[in-house]
Design a protein around this ligand. Sequence first.
Ligand code: CP
Ligand code: NVA
Length: 314
Amino acid sequence: MDYRLRRLAGRNLLSLTDITREEFEALLRRSFDHKRGLVSGTPLSGRTIAGIFEKPSTRTRVSMEVASTHLGANFITLPREALQVSRGESLRDTAEVLSRYVDAIAARVRRHSTLEELARWAEIPVINMLSDRFHPLQALADVMTIRENFGDRRVRVAFVGDGAANTCHSLMVASAMAGYEFAVGAPAGYWPDPDVVEAARTVAAEEGGSVEIFEDPKRAVEGAQVIYTDTWVSMGVEDVDRRMEVFPPYQVNAGLLELADEGAIVMHCQPWFLGQEITEEVAYGKRSRAFDQAENRLHTSKAVLEALIPPRKI
Ligand code: CP
Ligand code: NVA
């Protein structure tokens, strides 16, 4: 395995800002190896991952479970309600106890601070399977999908919709690492968190990329090779009525796509809400790469699990 991947052993992945650009590239290379069938054996034979879910999941849960099986590991799915945390047990005790049994904790949480608290007390790697702020596993699969379409070309990626969504934050950091031009088209009040923009801009400046934010979705999409959107109502958000009022001009539809590059592709992490953030015609149209993204979650999950779970102590 690439020495840059070995450096990840024992580390957490709460956000892509936890890893270097070189480590990010090494994870992508390994993901492509998995997809091409170049990795044999079961490097995580006999290992166990505890997967905590505070929210529903299809792609993340199944890709992590299947990735674990292919690597020889066992993934235990633990809905929050099945754990004693639901009766008030502390995250500290949960993390300390799980550390005595398993080799990594993966968690999908309502608040990012829950992951930070788990990571503070766990003696094993903690992996973010989605929080209110970040979705790093998704962004890895997204850049893998972009590379499948555009190779090493430094593309323009337009994220249209909820700029403060976990997916936008993580794709912004990932795009900065890849040296992409990243443009957000989002309504006022739903712009990305300033600390994430600042972190992404710092990385983008080093890699030759950029991060821009527009209220006008057309300005974000102009000339873009990648048009990305996500639900207007992420799991756990409360201002649903307000969102339904302000987001309709940000729908990804055939009209908006006319402003994009001729060969532009459309991406969505799914689940999508057809007729809201994306039309059915575009979602299932020839430019859509959503199902490739979903597939790539499997290959990137394998690379992450393999890299973060340290070799067994003899
Ligand atoms: N994209 C994604 O994370 O999907 P799930 O919510 O189904 O895991
Ligand atoms: N932003 C969405 C992503 C779902 C995979 C949410 O958090 O609900």
